[in-house]
Each structure stands twice: as C-alpha cells, then as structure tokens.
Design a protein around this ligand. Sequence first.
Ligand code: TYM
Length: 327
Amino acid sequence: MKKRVFSGIQPTGDLHIGNYLGAIQHWVKIQHEYDCIYCVVDLHAITIPQDPKTLKAKIREVAGLLIASGIDPQIASVFVQSHVHEHSELTWILNCYIPMGWMRRMTQFKEKSQKQREEVSTALFDYPALMAADILLYNTDEVPVGEDQKQHVELARDVAQRFNSIYGETFTVPRAVIAKTGARIMGLDDPTQKMSKSEEQPGRAINLLDSPDDIRNKIMRATTDSLREMRFDESRPGINNLLVIYEQFTRQAREEIEARFEGKGYVDLKRELAEVVVESLSPVQSRYRELTADPQHIDILLAEGAKKVRPTAEKTLALVKERVGLG
Ligand code: TYM
C-alpha cells in the first residue's frame, strides 16, 4: 500500500514561485511514489473577503497551474474543497475537540488578523481546524508544505491524537514534510518578508504566469546588500534568497553556484537568474495555455477528482460520527 499524501493551496491572488518551490514542485515529484491528493481550498479562501467572480476564476486557474506544473490528474487526485462537503462537517466536529488555547497560539492568524482587527472573521481564527479536517478526512500520512504551514499541520496532529485518545484509533496521525531548502522563499522587494500573494507589493513575488519582461524587471530590482561576496548566508537575506531560487531551479550544488559567481557582481547573478526563471516557467505557461483553451476541460477534471476522493471522506466522517455518538 502506498502512503497517503494530502496538501492544499488557496485560490487567492496569483500563484508565485514560493508556492512552486516550497510546495508544488515536491507534489509533482512524489506523485508516482505516494497516493497523492491535492486540494484547491476555496473554503479557506473565503475566510477573507473575496469577489465571487474572481474567486470562481481563480479556482480554475490554480487547478490549471497545478496540472500545467506537472501534476497528472490521472495519477494524483486534484479537486476543489467545497465539492466535498465532508470537509465542512468534520471541521465542526473537530472544533469541539480543539481548545481555544491551541488556536490562540497560531502565528499566521496573529499576522493575518492584524490588518483587519475587529472586522476579522471567526472563520479566519478557525482556519486551522478546517485545515485539520482536510488532512484527517483522508487518512493522510504526510503533508508536504512550505515552512509557514508547519504549525497548522502540528495542530492537525494534536487534534488527531486527542480524538484517538478519547475514542480509540480513528485518525491516522499526519506529519508535515518540509524540504531542507526552498521551504521559505522570501519577497524580492523585501527579503525579510516571506514571498506572498500580495497585491499591494507588486515587486514582492514572481508569479507563475508573469511575462518574461515582468520576471526580468522584478529580479533586476530585487533588494540585495552592499557587500560583494556571493555566498549562501542566511544573515544576508537578499542575496541568500536569490541564490536559493537559483539553486532550486537549476538543481546545482551550492559550491558549484558559489564558484560560478565568484568575483562577479550582483547584476550578473540577477541577469542569469532571470533567464533561468523565465526558461523554467515557460513550459508551465505554455501547458497552462493549452489546458485552458477549452474552459470546460478543467471543470471535468475537477469533477472527476472530487468523485475519486469522496468515498474516503464519506467513510471517515461516518466513522467519526459513529465514535462521537451523533445521529
Ligand atoms: P497557501 O495557499 O498559502 O500556500 C500553498 C503552499 O505554498 C507554500 N508557500 C511557500 N513555500 C515557500 N516559500 C514561500 N514564500 C511560500 N508561500 C507559500 C505553503 O507553505 C503551502 O504549502 N493553509 C494552506 C492551504 C491548505 C493546506 C491544507 C495545506 C489548506 N488545507 C491541508 C496542507 C494541508 C495555505 O494557505 O497555503
């Protein structure tokens, strides 16, 4: 039996190379070895205000980009969270077993809620419970994510263990799988901030659908330091981030990369990196255009994906209800 992998991605903003390097490239790599389920988490998206038309389009765009990046929907399952209503139902039940104290420790909520203050939705606070439901519905062994999701996966582990200790073996206890490098790609404009889907800072992220010129401009303008030495060094976040992106796309060894740029200037690194990124994203972009030429194609694939995963979700939820004594 293959081990089960589950991971998710939000259909908000534009997918960027942080998502790609921290998550999607790993999802592609492991799909033959594991039994993989990848979910476009639209219910998570609405924890902050969304325009309905844009959201619907983004769901298809994200699914299309996952497939264009190399996820084969015949091998892995790709589906939309709200198509399988068990996610919402299990969230409610899990809520009853998650102490407020655990949730209050979630750092992402603290960051995200700062902007909205009192307007922040109850659901944004509850976001990790929905994420736990996503993971636990499918007897997930491993959750490949970027570093920022580690704490959420740990909460899913904790609630699985808690539930199992009260009711007996019910959930598989999942674990986060985080790559040693590339799990936290930083913003190009500000390398002290994580690369994120931010519309306010257009120079922050390289989006998977950016044009070659946009990619070049963003990289050429990336913030670095005034030193000259080209070394992987976390205490120099700007240059380190560019080198990590280069390493991730070229798969060269660090010594090789450092030797290649020794004695050269930052502009040389930036120029070469820009071409590497343009060339790496070009096949993804052309596959995306092919895939989306027929707008119904993605919808059909997503309906098939939901159909494949639904029986597992139904079975887990039925067991949970039985254990709790519902109905
Ligand atoms: P989301 O949509 O913010 O991001 C999707 C994936 O991309 C990773 N990522 C990054 N990796 C490296 N560097 C970055 N700058 C960077 N930015 C994002 C994220 O860590 C993530 O792996 N809550 C999740 C979605 C989710 C989920 C789940 C994940 C919902 N249910 C169940 C795993 C399992 C999120 O908002 O990801």
